[in-house]
Design a protein around this ligand. Structure first.
Ligand SMILES: C[S@@+](CC[C@H](N)C(=O)[O-])C[C@H]1O[C@@H](n2cnc3c(N)ncnc32)[C@H](O)[C@@H]1O
Length: 368
């Protein structure tokens, strides 16, 4: 996907087009309530300095966090990335309505193009990189995009509607082994193989096209006695969404890019919503926090010195009260680190060779 500086807001879908029941910009804050907003604002805003007031929001969405960062620090400047053109258009409208446009740079791209984006804007170093992973409530609630198993819709699931691969295509073309792997690895689904087998049998008669067809298929395969609470298709839907959007691969490749663009004292702040994402973030951060060295070494070698400080002491979760007022926050894990020393060249090199999300664990990292 090409990076594009976003077009003016009038050329993108308007709020009234995407939300029939509402045509007021202020309703954006109700469509998607930002998760752990105060905590994120605190972590990001204290990293910004007059010399380097730049924050990158890799997951702009409806700009709930982004507008709060800009309001908290009147000199702050924000580069906001989203691969969803509709979200980006709405975020731009919101920035304009709130008088923040002159400190805001919108970019339509996937966040794993961070290096390229920052180079293109001559932003070699920034003070904070923020990620609020996953989907916005706008995407989940938009029936036509097929993210939700509770609404019947075509099996689409693309965050970027200009991309080719859809969930229906994955189900129609992937081999039995690949479908099994996806359901198992990305959905942590116990019945991955029988579900994949049923998909392959079903598509021999007719392709699977809708979310309710898939929902019924999973329901017919997973034995009643082995069901966890909730919809049994939940994990299969999550797996397809991760595959269609390359979510974990993109996260793995973006975290090192983000760290490499932090100024000394800069911060990486990430909110994850499922264990696979959180594990990836945790392992990446741990790779700069602590090293298991042989006991009694007289001097710790330069390349083995920690270069991150853990600002959240593991993961922050939402309080009971926050979950009641914003149910999306139930599964959040917020992790943040500060860059305290230059990143050793060896580590940067290892990161750039990283292509699978288990890799950060290969390092002699302190387990947390
Ligand atoms: C949870 S929402 C962000 C909500 C935002 N923090 C707010 O308060 O309005 C996540 C957003 O990240 C975008 N996104 C997810 N993965 C992405 C990727 N790899 N590259 C760019 N944007 C991505 C989604 O399209 C979605 O709009």
């Amino acid at each position: 996907m090409a990076i594009s500086q976003q077009t003016p807001p009038q050329q993108t879908p308007s709020l009234s087009q995407s939300q029939e029941s509402s045509n007021s910009l202020s309703s954006l804050s109700q469509i998607h309530q930002p998760v752990l907003l105060d905590e994120c604002v605190q972590l990001v805003s204290t990293a910004l300095t007059p010399e380097n007031p730049w924050v990158v929001d890799c997951t702009l969405g409806l700009a709930g966090h982004a507008t709060a960062f800009l309001k908290a620090v009147p000199a702050a400047r924000l580069l906001g990335i989203d691969r969803d053109q509709e979200a980006l258009g709405l975020a731009q409208e919101r920035m304009q309505a709130e008088g923040l446009s002159d400190r805001f740079l919108p970019v339509h791209a996937a966040f794993d193009q961070l290096d390229e984006i920052l180079n293109a804007h001559q932003l070699n170093q920034v003070s904070a990189v923020f990620m609020d992973l996953g989907l916005s409530s706008l995407q989940i609630d938009e029936r036509a995009r097929g993210f939700s198993y509770s609404q019947d819709a075509p099996l689409d699931m693309r965050m970027d509607s200009s991309q080719e691969l859809t969930a229906a295509q994955v189900l129609a073309t992937y081999s039995l082994d690949d479908l099994t792997r996806i359901f198992k690895d990305y959905g942590e689904e116990r019945f991955a193989r029988p579900i994949a087998r049923r998909v392959v049998q079903t598509r021999e008669r007719a392709p699977l096209r809708t979310s309710s067809q898939l929902d019924r298929l999973v329901d017919a395969v997973v034995p009643k006695a082995h069901r966890a609470p909730g919809n049994p298709a939940k994990r299969v839907f999550q797996a397809l969404r991760i595959e269609v959007n390359g979510e974990l691969d993109k996260l793995v490749s973006t975290l090192p890019q983000a760290a490499s663009h932090l100024r000394l004292g800069g911060r990486l702040v990430v909110e994850s919503y499922h264990s696979l994402e959180d594990r990836t973030v945790k392992r990446f951060m741990a790779s700069g926090l602590k090293f298991d060295l042989p006991q009694g070494l007289p001097v710790v070698p330069e390349q083995a010195q920690p270069f991150f400080e853990d600002l959240t002491h593991g993961a922050l979760k939402a309080s009971g009260q926050q979950v009641v007022s914003n149910p999306r926050s139930a599964s959040v894990r917020l992790r943040a680190v500060q860059l305290t020393r230059p990143i050793p060249a060896e580590r940067q090199q290892e990161w750039t060779q990283t292509s699978d999300h288990s890799v950060y664990s290969h390092h002699h990292v302190g387990r947390r």
